[in-house]
Design a protein around this ligand. Structure first.
Ligand SMILES: Cc1cc2nc3c(=O)[nH]c(=O)nc-3n(C[C@H](O)[C@H](O)[C@H](O)COP(=O)(O)O)c2cc1C
Length: 196
């Protein structure tokens, strides 16, 4: 698969096999993330690679607890309200039981923190697709960046106090074979052309 095909056929995967992909494959995905461009070549995106099942379960529990205790305000966006409602019902697993979760963090107060991490996450999603792995951007840890219990737990996994959680990537073999590569119709993302 060439680069353009890997970009155009990438889709989000939300059901995973429990089997852990080989380390060599996971490392290729992480290296794709580490190879992303960064503002001023700062290279400050921190990748916390979690493949330990026990940690992934604990993290899911901590996230569910944090959301379940959160007030649903009118101004919250729909996906966040969904996470809160699902957590209140119980059994909410924000990372879809993927066998791999790669949390991205960056320096607090660094203006390109989110932009750099987004480049890294997109590189990893494209690499995953090229390697016949499924992946999905997972935003819950970013939303909970200021939650004390979540931060405390992430400190134990290597997050530094001067870092902000920018996102995460679920990664693994799709439950139903190869990744779903059916392109979504483009109904937005307008292009304005100015030409002769
Ligand atoms: C910034 C960002 C945050 C996202 N957060 C989540 C998330 O928390 N959970 C999830 O299932 N998908 C998440 N997604 C995936 C989008 O829902 C998905 O990309 C979109 O619906 C288009 O579908 P596709 O990726 O299959 O093309 C996120 C995507 C982006 C770019």
């Amino acid at each position: 698969m060439d680069a353009l095909e890997a970009i155009l056929t990438r889709r989000s995967t939300r059901k995973y096999q429990a089997v852990l992909p080989d380390n060599a494959l996971i490392d290729q995905v992480v290296e794709a993330g580490r190879s992303a461009p960064s503002g001023g070549n700062s290279q400050t995106t921190h990748f916390i690679l979690i493949t330990k099942a026990e940690i992934l379960s604990e993290l899911a529990w901590i996230v569910q607890t944090a959301f379940a205790n959160m007030e649903i305000r009118e101004d919250l966006y729909a996906s966040l309200k969904n996470s809160i409602n699902a957590s209140r019902r119980g059994g909410y697993v924000f990372h879809y039981n993927a066998p791999v979760l790669i949390v991205t963090a960056n320096k607090k107060g660094y203006g390109n923190a989110m932009a750099d991490s987004a480049c890294a996450l997109e590189n990893m999603m494209i690499a995953a697709n090229a390697l016949d792995l499924g992946s999905c951007w997972i935003n819950q840890l970013h939303w909970l960046d200021e939650d004390e219990a979540v931060r405390e737990y992430l400190y134990g996994l290597g997050l530094s106090e001067d870092e902000t959680v920018t996102g995460a990537l679920a990664l693994g073999y799709p439950a139903e074979g190869l990744p779903n590569r059916t392109p979504l119709p483009r109904t937005g993302n307008p292009v304005t052309r100015i030409s002769d």
